[in-house]
Write a protein that binds this ligand. Structure first.
Ligand code: HEM
Length: 476
C-alpha cells in the first residue's frame, strides 16, 4: 500500500515541484531584458538546494577543487550554479576575477551567506560599500602600514612568540595551530584596542571563540541554535568594546594613535559611531584568530614535508640572527621582511594553502565580462583556489616549491590570496610580518618532527589534529 501511495501521489508531486522550480528559474532568466546575452553554461541543480550539497561535500574532501574542475571541464572557466541559496556565477578565470575585484559598488557589492552577514552586522567593513568603506579601509590600511605600528607589532610579536615557546616541552606534542592562534590573537587585539594579556583578554577570547563557531551555521536565530549563541557572544564583546571606547573618550583621545580604536575615534566623520567602531573591532579580530594562524600553521606543515626548503630557511634565518647578535641589536621589522627565501616560503604557502578560497559578490546591474553575462541580482563567486592550483599558471601546482617565486612577480592576477582592488586586504603586510617572525623563532630555536595530520578545507581551512609536532631545542 505504501509503495502505491508513493508511486501514485508522491512521485508526480515531486516531479511537479522539480519542473515548476526549473520553469520559474527559466522564466526569470527569460524575463531578463538581455536575452541576447547568454548566461554562462552550467546547471542550477536541484530545487531549493541547487548544487550546495555537492559543493560542500567536495569542499570537505581532500580535493576541494573537484567541484570546480568537473564544471570547468564541462562548461569552461566561468559557469553558472546555485549554491548557498542563490543562483551564482562561479568564476575560476583570473581576468574575470580581476575585473570583479576592481569593480565598485555600482557593479558588485559583497554578499555572503545569511548567518555570516547577521553575525558581522550591517556596518561591518566586510559588507559596507561606498565612501564609508573607503574611509575605514584607508584609515585602517594606513595605520597597519605605519612604521610605528610595525615597530610595536615586531616587539610584541617577539615577546608573545618567546613566551609561548618557552613553555614548549620536549616530551609533549606542541599543537602549532593552537599556539599560533593564541599568539596572533594577542597581537591583533593589542593593535586594535591595546589590550594586554590577562583576565579581560581571556574573557574576550572565550566570547570570540563562541562567536566564531556560528559563522557558517544554519541561519536560524532561535534560543539554543548556534547562530543565537554566537550573536549573544557578539553582544557581550560589543559591550566590552563600548566600555573601552567610553573610557578613551573620558581620558581624551591621543592625537598620536596607538591603536585602531584611536585611529577611528580621531576621525571627524559623523558616520563613524561608537557602535560601528565596536562592531568593526570584533570583525577585524577574525583574521587574527583565523587567517594569520592558519598561514603560520600551513607553513610549518609544508616545511615539515620539504626538508630542502626547511634547511634553506633555517640557514637564512640563523645567518641573520648571528649577525644581529654580533651587532648586539634586536631584529626589526624590515630585517624580517628582507629575508628573501623566508618571503618565498610565505608566498608559496599562501598560493598552495588558499587560506581564503575566494570572495563573494552580488551583481547590482547586468554586467558583461569577457563575453560572460552576469544578470543583476545574481551572486558571483570569484574563486581563487582553482587559479592558484592551475597547471597553466604554475608548474606542478600541488607541489610546495618556494623557489618558483625567486624570479617571479607576485603582483599578477594569477595570485590573489589577499584579494584586490578597493577591498585589497589592509592587513597583508601585517600577516606576512607575523608569519616571518614566527618562522624565524621556530627554525632558529628548534628541530621538530611533525605527527601525521591532514588539512580540512571547509568551512575554513584548518588542520584536523591541530598540527602536533614534537620539538627539540637547538643552539643556533
Ligand atoms: C593570511 C592572512 C590574511 C588573508 C589570507 C586575508 C585575506 C583577505 C582577503 C582575500 C580580503 C578581501 C575580501 C573581499 O574582497 O571581500 C581581505 C579583506 C580584509 N582583511 Fe584580510 N587577510 C589576512 C589577514 C588580515 C589581517 C591580519 C587583518 C588585520 C586586521 C585583515 C583585515 C582585513 C580587512 C579589514 C578586510 C576588509 C577590507 C575591505 O573590505 O575594505 N586581514 N583579507
Amino acid at each position: 500500500m505504501d509503495k502505491v501511495v508513493l508511486i501514485v501521489f508522491v512521485t508526480p508531486l515531486l516531479l511537479f515541484f522539480i519542473l515548476f522550480y526549473r520553469r520559474i528559474t527559466w522564466l526569470r532568466l527569460i524575463k531578463s531584458k538581455h536575452m541576447k546575452n547568454q548566461l554562462p553554461l552550467g546547471t542550477l541543480g536541484w530545487p531549493f538546494v541547487g548544487e550546495t550539497i555537492e559543493f560542500i561535500s567536495c569542499a570537505y574532501s581532500d580535493h576541494p577543487e573537484s567541484f570546480m574542475d568537473k564544471r570547468r571541464n564541462m562548461y569552461g572557466k566561468v559557469f553558472k550554479s546555485h549554491i548557498f541559496g542563490s543562483p551564482t556565477i562561479v568564476s575560476t578565470d583570473a581576468e574575470v576575477n580581476k575585473f570583479i575585484l576592481q569593480s565598485d559598488a555600482k557593479a558588485f557589492v559583497p554578499s555572503y551567506p545569511k548567518s555570516l552577514t547577521e553575525l558581522m552586522g550591517k556596518s561591518s567593513i566586510l559588507l559596507i560599500n561606498g565612501s564609508l568603506q573607503r574611509r575605514i579601509h584607508g584609515l585602517v590600511g594606513a595605520f597597519f602600514k605605519s612604521q610605528q605600528l610595525k615597530v610595536q607589532i615586531t616587539r610584541e610579536m617577539q615577546n608573545y612568540v618567546q613566551q609561548s615557546m618557552t613553555n614548549w616541552k620536549e616530551d609533549q606534542p606542541v599543537y602549532i595551530q593552537d599556539e599560533t592562534k593564541n599568539i596572533a590573537f594577542q597581537v591583533l587585539v593589542k593593535a586594535l584596542i591595546s589590550l594586554d594579556p590577562g583576565e579581560e583578554m581571556e574573557l574576550l577570547k572565550k566570547h570570540f571563540q563562541e562567536f566564531m563557531s556560528g559563522l557558517m551555521s544554519l541561519p536560524i536565530n532561535l534560543p539554543g541554535t548556534k547562530l543565537h549563541q554566537s550573536l549573544q557572544a557578539k553582544k557581550k564583546m560589543v559591550k566590552l568594546m563600548l566600555r573601552t571606547i567610553e573610557s578613551r573618550r573620558e581620558c581624551g583621545i591621543s592625537k598620536v594613535p596607538k591603536d585602531v580604536v584611536d585611529v577611528l575615534l580621531n576621525d571627524q566623520n559623523d558616520r563613524l559611531t561608537d557602535e560601528l567602531i565596536a562592531d568593526n573591532m570584533i570583525d577585524m579580530m577574525i583574521p587574527g584568530e583565523d587567517s594569520v594562524p592558519v598561514l603560520m600553521t600551513l607553513a610549518v606543515k609544508y616545511l615539515s614535508e620539504c626538508p630542502t626548503a626547511l634547511q634553506q630557511l633555517r640557514e637564512e634565518n640563523v645567518k641573520l640572527k648571528k649577525l644581529k647578535d654580533q651587532l648586539g641589536e634586536p631584529l626589526n621589522w624590515s630585517d624580517y621582511l628582507s629575508l628573501p627565501f623566508t618571503q618565498t616560503v610565505i608566498t608559496e604557502t599562501l598560493r598552495i594553502g588558499n587560506v581564503i578560497i575566494g570572495v563573494m559578490r552580488k551583481a547590482m546591474k547586468d554586467v558583461e565580462i569577457k563575453g560572460y553575462f552576469i544578470p543583476k541580482g545574481w551572486c558571483v563567486l570569484a574563486y581563487f583556489r582553482s587559479i592558484h592550483l592551475d597547471d597553466k599558471n604554475y608548474d606542478k601546482p600541488y607541489q610546495f616549491n618556494p623557489w618558483r617565486w625567486q624570479d617571479k612577480d607576485t603582483s599578477t592576477c594569477n595570485f590573489t590570496p589577499f584579494g584586490g582592488g578597493q577591498r585589497l586586504c589592509p592587513g597583508l603586510d601585517l600577516a606576512r610580518l607575523e608569519a616571518s617572525i614566527f618562522l624565524h623563532h621556530l627554525v632558529t630555536q628548534f628541530r621538530w618532527y611533525a605527527e601525521e595530520d591532514t588539512i580540512v578545507n571547509f568551512p575554513t581551512v584548518r588542520m584536523k589534529r591541530r598540527m602536533p609536532i614534537l620539538v627539540r631545542r637547538v643552539e643556533s
